[in-house]
Design a binder for this molecule. Sequence first.
Ligand code: PLP
Length: 387
Amino acid sequence: MSSENLAGKGLATRIIHAGAAPDPSTGAIMTPIFQTSTYVQTAPGQHKGYEYARSQNPTRKALEEAYAILENGKYGLAFSSGVAATDAVIKLMNPGDEVIAASDMYGGTYRLFTKIFEKFGIKFIYVDTTSVDNIKAVVTSNTKLIWLETPTNPLMNITDIAAVSEVAKAAGALLCVDNTFASPYLQNPIDFGADIVMHSATKYLGGHSDVIQGCLAMNDHELREKLYLIQKSCGAVPGPMDCFLVLRGIKTLHVRMRQHCENGILIANWLRNHPKVAKVYWPGFEDNAGYAIAKKQMRGFGGMISFTLKDESIEAANKVLSATKIFSLAESLGGVESLINHPASMTHASIPREERIKNGLSDGLIRLSVGIEDAVDLIADLEQAIG
Ligand SMILES: *Cc1c(COP(=O)(O)O)cnc(C)c1O
């Protein structure tokens, strides 16, 4: 259904019908997988809006419409991975431009900024974005982009999107929010003033650990044109099969997310009461530093939880990490199945140890992506692993 027809409809209705229109040539209710590289023209330059599949593909178009609708934006763009979507946003920058980014964020984003883009003369300044004053302190006339992640990976820190958007607007800078951890079901940054929303669709949007993909959503037409130029010129586009998989995954986003949230509440509270657990990182606790802001900008707390043991040794963490049977030891998150991860040696190994420790990411930190299995089984699994 088109965005006009979905305006004012409930979240579940929008999630299921976003970007989905019966195929005009057959009536197929699901958007077909248009596995084609090119499109026949009736005369030179006369075509149906599709010339070459790096620039346009109907399966991708349906998905891009869905991304826009899910994030309350006007435009969506799909990329071959989450980092490819991030890469496109940074390519809006020119040498000498400054980007303020969160000091606690996905390791691959940090790697992209430091190892790839710094050498092109783009300057990245990392601050603890949970305090808006820290951002204000480093804004200069060269600040062109503020890059947020909220909740952050893996410490679940919360940043006030609306407050940072004020700072960005005053500085004439763009605000981009990596919304991967919340998913559009729990948080829509555009509603709080973000210019661009980025997702690793590999995670909750796809939801089944079977595809790598990324996306951007935005409202401004000029910004969309700039990002589309980057998308088609640099070519990091997803194939039609991958677009189909994410379109299919999105249809159950709301039911999956409700269950991720429900299981997340049970496991976070269970962990907190466990005698061997030192600290649980989860924004749903009323005494969590980010709780009030999370309540304001999120509709739930999701299934991502990190924790440390009282025994802070790597050996103790390793014992838990290798003892779980339902939680699989793996990178990634947001799938229906539960995963357990050791950020220091896995997802965040690309961040130097001293940087990690400075940002509060200890060697013993364990991260859970709570799936949608039966909560009793998940808790029993953690119980036998923690001992
Ligand atoms: C996984 C992830 C990314 C990168 O996405 P890919 O699809 O793996 O390229 C970016 N941000 C966050 C928060 C992530 O979890």
